[in-house]
Design a protein around this ligand. Structure first.
Ligand code: GLU
Length: 492
């Protein structure tokens, strides 16, 4: 471990190639937790050197995901900092990677490779046919200078490759996994600078981690195979290597690597569906970290208090969407109703997916706050709110009037029940749930109806539904006027 005088500097280094994958944001979270828990710096660096894979808007949605989860960064896009720029294409424009490449060539650690795509394709085919392990055959590694000049004329758009050791073992040290060994003979001379003059991930990543004084590289296990290459780069440059912390792979419920086949993997999707940031944070933190065998609920503060690298797992984490729903339910139920109402407003007011346009905007916040305690038990995602809450807001719910008739009743007894319920409502002076309940229990008795019959009829009349929150709480929240007009509509 680095000495205490060396403050922790960790980075999240996404490539803007699409919507931020949950696994990717998990990496961001672990880096952020470590930085914040250790009083260090959390840096965001955009790795956009693979120009062919860039996706318009991806950088914004990655940063939006961080903002949504409250993962603030000390240095990076928008905030900048002393080690910028923090976007690799901007660093490339400054010549940073070219200079480092030139240095490697001058010091015999790298070489220009003039092989054409055709030659490389033929090489691959031959390797396959001979069942040899794939990889560059080092054709250009030891060319004589005269041959080099010749090749350069034929193929001026050369790439630069790094000279990997031809034999032996490369041992890397990972905080989570301990020593991991790689056979040099299986690692080829990889490209560090492409023909478009952009660096590859390997070169840019190592150069930037060094220049940005990164102390710990925390990233998903998928990147572990890159580690021996990076180690050789660090050695060639004579740079000190950061600590490596590879986070466990995330699997779907079928134990294959989490992918779109398992449903949505974009963090933004979950935000838009109405998962709370607090629930998502808790859920992601437990994908590869735990405090003990049983604790499941961690607020942001608790995570910061308990998070250590030692408690990161090496074994795979399994993504379980039901678990995420469960977390969301827990956090929804524990939220202050007013705060939850605030979260719900945008879902309810949304133009296409929100409440019907007949419901005037802005919606009544105070009224909403009284509905929330009734419905939040059943609410799993905030996006369910418009459908669930609609009947509280619209003028008159539509429903099949046959639903008014309860078991053991007929059209006449039902009509009579609604009439009496209306008359009772008209004269009721106390509109609290308790008073309403007492009044209507008495009415059921007076009419010789079971409470289930009378209450069922009233439930349908005032809500248009057969399943609702507790009837009298609901009536109390709906209010005198709405209940009267709905009972009248049921009679008509
Ligand atoms: N750009 C890589 C990614 O997209 C970064 C991997 C790393 O953290 O080294 O995840």
């Amino acid at each position: 471990m680095k000495s205490m005088s060396n403050p922790v500097r960790v980075r999240y280094a996404p490539s803007p190639t699409g919507e931020p994958h949950l696994g990717n944001i998990r990496s961001a979270l672990f880096n952020w937790l470590y930085a914040r828990a250790s009083g260090g710096q959390f840096i965001v660096r955009i790795e956009d050197t693979d120009r062919a894979r860039l996706v318009e808007g991806a950088q914004d949605s990655i940063l939006d995901a961080l903002r949504w989860l409250g993962l603030d960064w000390d240095e990076g896009p928008e905030v900048e900092g002393a080690y910028g720029p923090y976007v690799q294409s901007e660093r490339q424009a400054l010549g940073i990677y070219q200079t480092h490449t030139d240095w490697l060539i001058a010091n015999d650690h790298a070489y220009e490779c003039y092989c054409t795509p055709e030659r490389l394709a033929a090489m691959r085919q031959a390797q396959q046919a001979a069942s040899k392990s794939p990889g560059y055959d080092r054709h250009c590694r030891d060319l004589a200078e005269a041959a080099r000049v010749d090749f350069r004329k034929q193929n001026p758009t050369s790439v630069v490759r790094f000279k990997m050791p031809l034999e032996g073992e490369i041992v890397i040290n990972d905080v989570v996994r301990g020593e991991v060994k790689f056979e040099s003979s299986l690692l080829d001379d990889f490209v560090i600078l492409k023909s478009d003059a952009f660096p590859t991930y390997h070169l840019a990543n190592v150069v930037d981690d060094h220049l940005m004084e990164i102390t710990h590289v925390m990233r998903a296990e998928e990147w572990l195979p890159s580690a021996p290459r990076h180690k050789m780069l660090y050695e060639a440059f004579g740079f000190e290597m950061p600590e490596l912390v590879h986070l466990p792979i995330i699997l779907g419920p079928d134990r294959s690597k989490l992918s779109k086949r398992h449903g949505a993997t974009s963090t933004i999707y979950y935000r838009d569906e109405g998962y709370l940031a607090s629930a998502m944070l808790n859920f992601l933190a437990l994908l590869g970290w735990s405090l003990d065998d049983s604790s499941e609920i961690f607020s942001r503060e608790e995570l910061l208090k308990h998070f250590t690298l030692e408690r990161i797992h090496a074994s795979p984490a399994v993504f379980d969407k039901d678990k995420l729903e469960w977390y969301n339910g827990v956090y929804i139920r524990n939220m202050d109703p007013k705060a939850l109402a605030e979260e719900l407003v945008s879902y309810l007011e949304a133009s296409v997916t929100g409440l019907p346009t007949s419901v005037a905007r802005p919606i009544d916040r105070d009224y909403l706050a009284t509905i929330v305690p009734l419905e939040r038990e059943r609410l799993k995602r905030l996006s369910e709110a418009p459908a669930m809450f609609e009947f509280f807001f619209i003028d008159q719910p539509e429903y099949d009037h046959a639903l008014l008739v309860q078991k053991g009743m007929d059209a006449d007894t039902t009509r009579n029940a609604v009439e009496r319920a209306l008359a009772t409502a008209e004269t009721a002076s106390d509109w609290s749930a308790a008073a309403l309940e007492a009044t209507y229990r008495a009415l059921a008795e007076d009419m010789g109806l079971k409470t289930g019959q009378l209450f069922g009829t009233i439930r349908t009349a005032v809500s248009g539904r057969t399943a609702t929150p507790p009837l009298f709480d609901m009536m109390s929240v709906l209010g005198h006027d709405r209940v009267l007009s709905r009972l009248k509509a049921a009679l008509a």
